[in-house]
Design a protein around this ligand. Sequence first.
Ligand code: CA
Ligand code: CA
Ligand code: CA
Length: 238
Amino acid sequence: MRILLVFIGVMALVGTAHGVMCTQNVAGATSWDAQTDPDNTVLDVDMAAKAGVQTGTRVVLTALGWDVTISTVGASWLSEATVRLSNRTQTGGIIHLRPGISDTNSGTQAYSSGMLDFSDLSLANIVLEDGYLRIEFFEEWDDVADAVDATWTAGDLFFEAVPATSFCSLSVTGIEMSVTITNLTPGVTNRIFRTFDLMGGVWTNLNTFVPVGNSVEFKDTIPAPHSTVIYKTVTDVE
Ligand SMILES: [Ca+2]
Ligand SMILES: [Ca+2]
Ligand SMILES: [Ca+2]
């Protein structure tokens, strides 16, 4: 019997294997004092959801752009308004963006850019293991302690986000097969479904698992008389 195996990767992610453009509005964010000061605005952004995948999915940011308006207070310079981009643990790729970096004026000014690829700038990608991006607004030079130095009055930051996808390898012996599913996110529920007919067949949930590591081996026995079997893994919404 000829067995045809077709493995479909994480269905929900197939369409997002490439970078997804994601937008984060920053209107109203305030930079008060120096970096780490608790007064500063800090955003905790679910980039996985923005990229169209399940919350908690690993996401890598590979490019950045901006279209923002900054308004300073008193004598503070526009160049000092800075945004710190990192994962929640502030490890790995960290970027400090200063849209008005050469602007030693005070007042209100708009700044914009095209998309800048981190690799073109010899910068490391920002790796979000849990899919969350931390954005802290702070002052490169704090003019007045415990007072707002600048407000990001309008605009957006833009990111190219690449969500994790699953890759599968197959080995077939007779009608028994095993699949190693890799690039999984630990702790996130996945389900494996099987059908014998891609066009209108019933999908049967064979297994539900929550991976401890990044990969899981899955075994199945293909029942006779089927010669075609199709599997898919789906990352659960909950
Ligand atoms: Ca201040
Ligand atoms: Ca300042
Ligand atoms: Ca303070």
